[in-house]
Design a protein around this ligand. Structure first.
Ligand SMILES: Cc1cc2nc3c(=O)[nH]c(=O)nc-3n(C[C@H](O)[C@H](O)[C@H](O)COP(=O)(O)OP(=O)(O)OC[C@H]3O[C@@H](n4cnc5c(N)ncnc54)[C@H](O)[C@@H]3O)c2cc1C
Length: 435
């Protein structure tokens, strides 16, 4: 079967990123078709996201992007252009503690926050104990695993941290993607679910469309790769050199859901915590639990995945116990729960942990991928970035030669999209999910 149909733009992937891109392209007046192999928008890696909204990145453009995107999350209906009858994702403010470790980038983050005007203060060990009653505010860096004798060593000194009050999380990340896809539909976008892209068509050196399972061909001069952990596979379908200077590949992650101790729950004012001193992050959530994930400390092996479709979806007892014992060290009131609850999912990690929002060397083929476990929060800006780059190229611009600049509506400051180029020099980041 070969049913030829057409659109101005095809977006591959209806995760939070692809849905945001589709919304902005449709808002700009394009006919858009979003294709997703899954059963619902946001049912891929977005559904597993810890959906933390924070501003603690190592580079100016990354901090500014997250700060600008936060304005969309705090006025979600305003950003979408109305309420979604299926319900709205909610931003829940917790504030964020970023623990300081030797040689880390917290001083740089603080300077960037000073520059951009993001309020914060430093916390010493006593301040940490006031904010999180019962916390062990000792510094144990570098993180270790329980089988390492250093795991039970005494603290080397007191801990200190940055505290930033505007951070928080989105209570339902998959719903956020559905909200974006719904808004895109209201602007005329077509969202086709359970539809897998099996090929990308190139004719006379430029993008011509995509092939779908079942043999259908969908013609379009613009194709955006927002396939999350599958995006390297989708790029490979083009069969041409895209001009990538940096790579990206799937990395398996485990996140656990645990009961929060009394006094350290969301309703008690528990902040979100990035604790690079023990190698874990946690955030409180509605219902008296915490989400607990890792910050890629050197002692934890990274599990790169060749084929995202064969990823083992269940968390391991080994990582569960390691994470729980680390938490128990930091929060002595936290009894290690007997029953493991959690999930495994994939990040799509770029070599320098910075996403690609970019054109490619094949005209018409665009990238919104390499999101490196830290771009849920930036989806509203990712949509704007891709629309700006595609608009620029539609009138003869070349984003490689004249990088598109996007002015943030919140600050009036300019974000240089060269920061997210596939041809950039690797950015000086923490080399972890913290960016
Ligand atoms: C465990 C975890 C925790 C995270 N925590 C945070 C956090 O706290 N804060 C933060 O900002 N970010 C976080 N992230 C990162 C963030 O969630 C991701 O960057 C974001 O959700 C990626 O969205 P996406 O739309 O690119 O990918 P996805 O949601 O994976 O969407 C890609 C879609 O493409 C579809 N697809 C793939 N191949 C094809 C094909 N061939 N044809 C058709 N469809 C296809 C898939 O079905 C999928 O729905 C986390 C990620 C994970 C995994």
């Amino acid at each position: 079967m070969s049913l030829e149909a057409g659109a101005d733009a095809v977006v591959i992937g209806a995760g939070v990123i692809g849905s945001a891109v589709a919304l902005e392209l449709a808002r700009g007046g394009r006919s858009v078709v979003v294709l997703d192999a899954g059963p619902a928008p946001g049912s891929g890696s977005t559904s597993a996201s810890s959906s933390i909204i924070r501003f603690s990145y190592s580079t100016y453009d990354a901090v500014l992007t997250a700060w600008e995107a936060a304005a969309a999350w705090t006025d979600w209906a305003g950003f979408l252009g109305g309420d979604d009858p299926d319900g709205m994702a909610r931003f829940i403010r917790t504030g964020m503690v970023v623990v300081r470790t030797p040689g880390d980038n917290t001083d740089r983050i603080a300077r960037l926050w000073d520059d951009i005007g993001i309020t914060y203060h430093w916390l010493d060990a006593e301040g940490l104990q006031r904010m999180m009653p019962g916390v062990d505010a000792g510094a144990y860096h570098p993180p270790s695993r329980p089988e390492d004798p250093r795991f039970v060593a005494d603290a080397a000194g007191p801990l200190s941290a940055l505290f930033e009050p505007e951070s928080g999380f989105i209570d339902d990340p998959a719903l956020a993607a559905r909200n974006l896809a719904g808004a895109a539909r209201r602007h005329g976008a077509v969202v086709r679910l359970r539809t897998r892209v099996t090929g990308v068509e190139v004719a006379r050196g430029r993008i011509a469309g995509v092939c779908l399972d079942g043999g259908e061909v969908l013609r379009a001069p613009v194709v955006v790769n927002a396939a999350g952990p599958h995006s390297a596979l989708v790029s490979a379908m083009v069969g041409e050199d895209l001009g990538m200077r940096l790579g990206h590949r799937p990395l398996r992650q485990e996140v656990f859901i645990v009961p929060a101790p009394t006094g350290l729950r969301l309703e008690d004012g528990m902040p979100t915590l990035a604790d690079m001193d023990i190698g874990q992050y946690l955030r409180p959530q509605v219902g008296g639990t915490w989400l607990v994930g890792g910050t890629e400390p050197e002692c934890d092996e990274l599990h790169w995945v060749d084929d995202p479709d064969t990823m083992e979806p269940y968390p391991t007892v080994e990582q569960y116990e390691t994470s729980m014992l680390r938490l128990a060290k930091r929060m002595p009131a936290f009894g290690v729960p007997h029953r493991m609850a959690g999930l495994a999912a994939l990040y799509d990690v770029a070599d320098d942990w910075v996403p690609f929002y970019d054109r490619t060397d094949v005209p018409g083929f665009y990238l919104a991928c390499g999101t490196s476990g830290n771009q849920f929060k930036n989806a509203p800006m990712a949509g704007r970035f891709l629309a700006a780059i595609i608009d620029h190229e539609a009138v003869g611009g070349n984003h490689d030669e004249q990088p598109v600049q996007v002015v943030g509506q919140r600050t009036g400051r300019t974000i240089d999209l060269a920061a997210f180029s596939r041809r950039r020099d690797p950015a000086a980041t923490s080399g972890t999910v913290m960016g």
